[in-house]
Design a protein around this ligand. Structure first.
Ligand code: GUN
Ligand code: ZN
Length: 441
């Protein structure tokens, strides 16, 4: 490593863990772990990672570093599905999906016609992501173009990686949230030109779900997605049984709910579908074959009583899977809490989620789902140096339980079961601290 210009070099020291591949496929070869490691960062990108002893020998002797010894450094978390405009309705009681949308979601989203409200919520949302160690998110905005502007602007200010888009919704929703096939497409085009590829920001064509778009709008979304090879597409599929029955009535010609998206050209690389619960193996194989990704949203699926995601079936077909918080149906911004509930969902399906697999899904797995694994997801040289610093001593219970752990696996499991935002000591974006927990001990 060249050390000719130490001013551009940032050095971070602590216990380091990152994944090179999926532990479900490659076992212990899937990760690198340095009990006392150093991450060297140049101009926001990883220069090198390795054991502290080796790295210190190569670095200038007087170089200062962020000293996180006693804490665990991981690549920043990747949230593959969330809704920033639902921040204020998180934890709203008593309904399943379709009634929950009517009663809580649509009224909350209508407020985003007000650009000032959108900016306030977008800033809160991005800060909350960082407080929870999430440095990349794929998020729904609302039907209002200014809601997209607000979220991109907030992410830009924090230098975060963020994918969002204007919701397309031209039927089965309140009038004040309704666009048309033509206006939705035109506004999406304007936003793509304004934001897609600017710094770390990327645009996603965002048909909310097949139930709230007419066939004309669905066709337009598919055309837009096909026009630009680097664009994303995000939507929801097969979340709730009543929803699945309703979609079957709206699109009787389709083989399945997923097939509706296929018919409108909405499956492909960089398309990400939240939930994917009530799919069959033909659907899952089609998602794998088209390079589409599934976002597993366990806190939301339990909260809305939607059902249990089947990770083993997803793995059998080799489809990309990432984790999603799905705020505000999801009950936490914390990826640790999301992994906690993923573990429990899979238990109910008689499946086991290892701690290593869980942290893989939250980092490199998410990056692969978003086709960003050449930029983020681990600490290989050249990657964008986004990272989260976890504190196994963050609470009295975490400290007590962690002290009794004898393996890395056990310590990771305790962190994901007992940890939340309190366990995030710091979050760095492109090497620089974007959030540090105030020292209270
Ligand atoms: N399906 C369509 N819209 C939504 C939404 O906002 N949240 C969830 N969980 N599912 C949806
Ligand atoms: Zn969602």
């Amino acid at each position: 490593m060249s050390t000719s210009d130490p001013l551009r070099l940032r050095v971070i020291r602590g216990e380091i863990l990152h994944f090179l591949s999926d532990p479900a496929e490659h076992g212990t070869a899937a990760w690198q772990h340095f009990g006392d490691g150093i991450l060297a960062i140049r101009d926001g990108l990883v220069a090198e990672v390795g054991p502290a002893d080796d790295m210190l020998a190569k670095l200038p002797s007087d170089i200062t570093h962020d000293d996180y010894r006693g804490k665990l450094i991981l690549p920043g978390f990747v949230d593959t599905h969330t809704h920033y405009a639902q921040t204020d309705i998180i934890a709203s009681h008593g309904e399943q999906l379709l009634a929950w949308l009517e009663k809580y979601t649509f009224p909350a989203e209508a407020r985003f016609a007000d650009a000032a409200h959108a900016a306030t919520v977008a800033n809160f949302f991005c800060d909350e992501l960082l407080r929870n160690g999430t440095t990349t998110a794929m998020a729904f905005a609302t039907v209002h173009a200014q809601s997209v502007d607000a979220l991109f602007a907030a992410a830009l200010q924090r230098r975060m990686r963020l994918i969002t888009g204007k919701v397309l919704m031209d039927r089965n929703c309140p009038d004040n949230l309704r666009d048309t096939a033509a206006s939705g497409e035109a506004e999406s085009r304007t936003l793509i030109e304004r934001w897609h590829g600017r710094e770390r920001l990327l645009y996603a064509v965002t048909p909310r779900f097949a139930g709230t778009s007419t066939p004309a709008q669905m066709a337009g979304a598919g055309r837009l997605f096909a026009e630009h090879p680097s664009l994303y597409l995000q939507s929801h599929v097969a979340e709730n049984r009543a929803e699945v029955d309703w979609i079957a009535k709206l699109y009787p010609e389709a083989r399945s709910y997923l097939d509706v998206y296929g018919r409108f050209g909405q499956l492909g690389e960089r398309s990400v579908y939240a939930h994917c619960i009530w799919l069959d193996q033909t659907d899952r194989a089609r998602m794998a074959a088209t390079g589409s990704a599934m976002s597993f949203c366990p806190t939301s699926n339990l909260f809305l009583g939607s059902g249990l995601f089947d990770l083993d079936c997803a793995r059998q077909v080799g489809v990309r899977v990432g984790m999603g918080t799905d705020v505000g149906a999801g009950t936490s911004f914390s990826m640790l809490q999301t992994l906690n509930e993923a573990y429990k969902v899979l238990q109910l399906n008689d499946q086991r989620l290892s701690a290593e697999s869980a942290f893989y899904l939250a980092t490199l797995g998410g990056a692969r789902s978003l086709y960003l694994d050449d930029r983020i997801g681990n600490f290989l040289p050249g990657k964008e140096a986004d990272l989260v610093v976890l504190d196994p001593q963050a609470t009295p219970l975490l400290a007590r339980r962690s002290a009794a752990c004898s393996s890395l696996s056990e310590r990771l499991f305790v962190l994901m079961m007992l940890g939340d935002d309190r366990a995030v000591a710091a979050t760095h974006v492109l090497g620089t601290a974007a959030w540090r927990r105030p020292c209270s001990r």
